[in-house]
Design a protein around this ligand. Structure first.
Ligand code: NAI
Length: 302
């Protein structure tokens, strides 16, 4: 086996690390030598309330095995709180190597019953609450010529889940953020990936039967996150993880057909549907420009 993955001398921030998956990520990073900032607002699953006790308890667990950690109770949506989270980290340890953007809430409702406030709250925590910490550490990581970021997506966003239009929209948004930042960070060795977990936490306790939840220990997701924030990490990957299974999710685009000669019409799109959707030759692009190149290759008859 190759060398162990270690984080000695590195500093990690894990948001929403007072419980569930974030707690496991924080514990494992600390076990492997990272100094860890355990961020958690300590609210309920729908985002209401708050206390920093949850984060402090995880810090105590880390200190109990000789690791180094501090707690920070900022909400990831609060500009001043996020600024203080980053300032506190830099004042204490002088650098930030790793950010795991994990904090999240749920407000499940079908669209008919969903209030704008439910949509906004979920977008705030998952989208702004991912963007703001990333924005706050970005230039620090670039200046260090080193940074590893993980955003937390979901099958709900990639594939859909009944009653989660707010959550699904938010979880796809973080992938859009990642897709651009993998390009903008590349020159400075800042890599960004996504984890798509499935785990038994308070977030899923009502959603799945107990016998299924028993197979979904959050510990089974954390090795994926640890690899994605390690020195050898890929960039722009979406790693799905749960129950001990790991897989890569990708968006594929079919080769498609050129209909631009002559009778370009809705009927021609309809009548070409089989060819448009044919899978042979489909590809996953690394940036938007690659799709454009395909269009112009086909226009030129290629
Ligand atoms: P959880 O509810 O146990 O953990 C989420 C943590 O985020 C909580 O400790 C909560 O206090 C914290 N948090 C919420 N809002 C915050 C804010 N504004 N600022 C700081 N902290 C805040 O749930 P779980 O399952 O551990 O979720 C972790 C992440 O994984 C979330 O992003 C979730 O959407 C995602 N996820 C979880 C899945 C699962 O099967 N458990 C499936 C797909 C995604």
């Amino acid at each position: 086996m190759a060398d162990d993955i270690r984080f000695d001398g590195q500093v990690a921030i894990v948001t929403g690390a007072g419980g569930g998956l974030g707690r496991q990520h924080a514990l494992e990073l600390a076990r492997r030598g990272a100094k860890v900032v355990v961020n958690d607002l300590g609210g309920s699953v729908d985002g209401s309330g708050g206390s920093s006790d949850a984060a402090k308890a995880v810090v105590a667990e880390i200190e109990a095995f000789g690791g180094q950690a501090i707690a920070h109770g900022a909400s990831v949506t609060d500009d001043a709180g996020v600024a203080d989270l980053v300032k506190t980290t830099i004042d204490k340890w002088g650098r930030i190597d790793i950010l795991v953007a994990n904090a999240g809430i749920l407000r499940d409702k079908t669209l008919t019953k969903m209030e704008l406030a439910d949509f906004e709250a979920v977008i705030q925590v998952h989208v702004f609450g991912t963007f703001k910490p990333i924005k706050a550490v970005w230039d620090i990581m670039k200046a260090q010529n080193y940074g590893r970021i993980v955003v937390t997506t979901s099958s709900s966003g990639m594939y859909g889940n009944f009653g989660q239009s707010n959550y699904g929209a938010a979880k796809m948004a973080v992938l859009g953020l990642m897709n651009t930042l993998k390009l903008e960070g590349a020159k400075n060795n800042v890599k960004i990936n996504a984890i798509s977990p499935v785990a038994a936490t308070r977030m899923t306790e009502g959603l799945m039967p107990p016998e299924i939840l028993a197979k979904l220990n959050p510990e089974y997701v954390t090795p994926g996150v640890v690899y994605l924030v390690s020195e050898d990490a890929p960039t722009g990957a979406i790693l799905t993880a749960g129950a001990g299974v790991f897989a890569l999710a990708r968006i594929f685009e079919t080769e498609g057909v050129y209909l631009g000669e002559g009778g370009l019409s809705a009927e021609e799109v309809r009548d070409s549907w089989e060819a448009i959707t044919a899978e042979p030759g489909q590809q996953a692009y690394f940036n938007g420009g690659e799709q454009g190149q395909k269009f112009f290759r086909k226009l030129a008859g290629g």
